[in-house]
Structure formats: C-alpha cells, structure tokens
Design a binder for this molecule. Structure first.
Ligand SMILES: [Fe+2]
Ligand SMILES: [Fe+2]
Length: 152
C-alpha cells in the first residue's frame, strides 16, 4: 500500500466525482419514475403507493444533497441558474406534498402524475445540462485524459 497513490486519487477528481454522483442519482430517480408509471398503467394501487413513497423520499433526499453539495459549487459560475433551480425545488416540493395527499386517498390519476413527472424531468434535464457543461470545462483543463495512476 502506497500512501502517495491514495492521496493523488483523492485530490485528482473532486469535481468530476460530484458530477458523476449527481448524474447517477438522476438516472436512479428516472428508474423509480418508470416503475411508477408502470404501476399506474397496471392500476395497482398498492404498488402505486409504495413506489410513490420511494419517489417522494428519493427526490427530497436528492434535493437536500444538491442544495448542500452541488449548488454551492454551481453558485460560483452560474448564480442565476442556481436561483432558478432553487425555485424549481420549491415548486416541486409543494407539488409532492399536494400529490402525496391524493395518493393516500387514491384519487391521483395517471395524467396528474404524468404532469408532475414532466416537471421533474424538465428540472433534471436543466441540471444535467449544467453539470455536463461546467464540469466538462473543468475536467478538460485539469485532466486532459482520465488516466488511471500507473502501477509501478
Ligand atoms: Fe434538483
Ligand atoms: Fe437533481
């Protein structure tokens, strides 16, 4: 075990690892959304309720992580975008609360869920675009190629 090796790996890619983590989380949430739509289409109320809870928790936790770890980084170069994203978070949190009540009462219809999913998807695409553009620039400058540390 070489100390220098680990230190180098930790110092080399803080920004691209932030990007990859959030991009992966976006794909994970999209997977939950796909299962939710399938449950709606099958009209399986138990599945709808269970997957909705998973989506609700997943999105809220994701938003918290973004506000704590991602937005402060984006703030340095794109403060206007961060303001817009925070507004979208506020709106989507309100929608989640409104819809949760309906899901409990079994009155949320597929179309209403689809509208929310559309809004969530648009928000995620806005973030994806920012993540790709800003961290691409950073990694091109600091890491011309993503070389693994050479073993001796
Ligand atoms: Fe977000
Ligand atoms: Fe996000």
């Amino acid at each position: 075990m070489r100390k220098g090796h680990l230190m180098h790996a930790n110092a080399a890619t803080p920004k691209s690892s932030v990007r990859d983590r959030f991009l992966a989380d976006h794909r994970r949430i999209e997977g939950i959304v796909e299962r939710l739509i399938a449950a709606f289409e099958a009209d399986d109320r138990e599945d709808i309720a269970a997957i909705w809870t998973e989506l609700d928790t997943g999105v809220l936790t994701h938003f918290e992580k973004e506000e704590k770890y991602l937005f402060p980084v984006l703030q340095q170069t794109s403060p206007r975008d961060v303001r817009a994203l925070l507004q979208e978070h506020r709106h989507l949190r309100n929608r989640l609360m409104e819809l949760a009540a309906g899901i409990d009462l079994h009155i949320v219809r597929l179309q209403v869920a689809r509208d929310f999913i559309e809004e969530l998807g648009a928000h995620t695409r806005n973030e994806d675009r920012l993540l790709y553009s800003m961290f691409a620039t950073v990694s091109e400058i600091t890491q011309p190629e993503k070389a693994e540390p050479q073993a001796p």
